[in-house]
Design a protein around this ligand. Sequence first.
Ligand code: ATP
Ligand code: MG
Length: 815
Amino acid sequence: NAVGAPDYLSGLNPEQRAAVETTEGPVLVLAGAGTGKTRVLTTRIAHILATGRAYPSQILAVTFTNKAAREMKTRIGMLVGGQVEGMPWLGTFHSIGVKILRRHAELVGLKPNFTILDTDDQIRLIKQLIRAENLDDKRWPARTFANMLDGWKNKGLSPKDIPEGDARAFAGKGRDLYAAYQARLMTLNACDFGDLLMHPIALFRANPDVLADYHRRFRYILVDEYQDTNVAQYLWLRLLAQRPSRGQGDEAAISPLEGEMGGSPEGGAPGATLGNVRAEAPPSALPGISPSRGEIDASVSAPIPAEGRKGDRPSAGPAAPVQASEQSERSAVSENRPQQINICCVGDDDQSIYGWRGAEVDNILRFDKDFPGATVIKLERNYRSTGHILGAASHLIAHNEDRLGKTLFTDAPDPEDPKVEVNAGWDSEEEARAIGEAIEDLQRREDHDLNDMAILVRASFQMRSFEDRFVTMGLNYRVIGGPRFYERMEIRDALAYFRCVCQPADDLAFERIVNTPKRGLGDATIRLLHDYARERQIPIIAAAGEMTETEELKPKPRNTLRALIANFRRWSELLPTMKHTELAEQILEESGYTEMWQNDRSAEAPGRLENLKELIRSMEEYESLPSFLEHVALVMDAEQNAETDAVSIMTLHSAKGLEFETVFLPGWEEGLFPHQRSLDEGGRTGLEEERRLAYVGITRGKRRVKIWFVSNRRIHGLWQSTIPSRFLDELPEAHVEVMEANTSYGGYGAGGFGGYGSSRWDGGNAFKESAYSTPGWKRAQAAQAGFADGASGQGGRRGGDGWSGGRTREISYDA
Ligand code: ATP
Ligand code: MG
């Protein structure tokens, strides 16, 4: 067996290696950016497989994005010699949640072919419910309620658990609306994103036998970006990770599961090697590693305190089964020794950037309490960035008070290494132009691939100027997590047709297309359908089918509807046999949808037809229409042409975990970054989260980081004068170079940008006295811009859809 170091271990430093080889027991790796946390997780999985500790199907591994999951899969394959056929349980919380839910949908009252609502559907549904409660949906906007819903679900709260204040929100209807919403989803055989975690949690609590099945299944649990888990994710994980012993059944518990074996890994059957753990365990005296029982002896593990488990269930799930499960857990714990929990979480408190969406950095801080006897490993060497980049990032993040504080080091900066650049521009167009030139320059001079470069923005509206510019230049780019292909109107319509075919209870989809193209099925008919469906508690398509047999509809709409329903039936029947791409094409043809655009004289019509073609093309990779629809529902970070060489444009939020040779950070201006809304709503905590975001941004760079700020920015059509971000003041002089403003843009010197000329920006030594680090200068700038107080930022900037702090899912919190 693997006593000498296998290849995949040889490149690791001792701490990383310990994190990989301490396979048994709870392990927490708490370490700064670029220290190899993700690499440790990947290698750990490879190690588990290569030493035969488990089959791929016995490993649960959670990443933050689908992209990260794919990358991890590829890397594992490389490490263990390409023999990993599938890691079925490697994915995001959401994608794993949906998989679990599909298997046990009935247990929560759904059918296995349930639909996952997108934001649009959700809003439409909430609007209906608000109106049904006789509330004015202008005064009580659906989006606000959707936000509240998100908040509750992130905290794992079902209607009965929400705080009283929230229950009274929305004219006292908060709780009722939530309950009605959930009930409606059930009738629609649908769930929203939050439910992908909420349902499994309720399911596990109410069905101990199902949970026990997963306990047996998942021998190893691994979680990346643990600092950004929210309460629901945390509860879900704890249910899966904290288990009572199955008594004598330990051996059975680790045998491969029926029908799910991903091929037998080298080194013998899983379960046969438990005894090797002791021999293979690393010496416990490695620096930075706290000694722990879990690390030294796999067979001895800490008991789980009863109150720890109780904390699991403040919410969802019917009361009686919960009681029962608690009972059985209790007795199991008291009578048998608890089963070993092989969970490994990695994270960095300084990179916690989803607090605004319910992430709780506390989860990482109390790991030790949740999993007593956990081995905590620190990694301190940064392998990603140059000394300048690391120096700048570390200095910046040190301004935060709420942090554990970690050591991070790398080799001393090479004299050749570029410092972190700070550039000034006039407006976002110039910023885009200059960055575009810089990209071409790097391509030419440094032989950089476009793939090695990324532009990381604070808010998604910033992307447009880059897209426009790059299109003009003919520069390849891809937007990651931005407004996506699948969100275009024609694509949504087409998808709605497909959804009706795959899932005839999908009312929302049906409503979207019942009169698209125009068929003369007006609001009155739809209302009749609605009433009929509600009365009988059946889906609208079914109602339509029934109503066409009665006299309730006028002959014309009745015949139209009958023909449409007949079409849907026929398409549904073709679903199992016909090639899905052909069926999809046929649906669009026969429904008249394609024709509608062919007859459309508008300028966009040709583009829409092309998009529809592209949609069919993009289906080819999938086995079936349902699996394609699931993909669409889940994939939030749609990459465009993943293979071609292209600059990536994305929000800072979606850049987490990634790395690039060169990183451009535009828009470092007060009000934009730090974002005004974070400051307004979060106070110091909000500011600190913004600073962590800046830390994340800088630490994505391996060799070059180029920061930009401009003095005028147009936001939602309004020009705003801006002040350089306070974060610029927080960068250390030693690692930063302030670039001279390019004189060819000199025309603006007389405007708000006065004094910005070379005299203040001449070379590196200007930094100390640099204009923007002087509060007086800021005040002067602000006064010029019409603000009384320079520090108060830009009042007019709050809200708006384009902000990445909003509820849009463009941030890759995808599933
Ligand atoms: P983040 O906090 O940003 O997610 P991370 O801690 O997950 O960072 P990784 O992405 O795993 O860090 O690693 C950063 C880079 O350092 C990667 O390119 C990785 O391959 C490299 N790296 C990690 N460990 C080593 C090592 N022991 N030797 C050489 N390179 C390493
Ligand atoms: Mg990582």
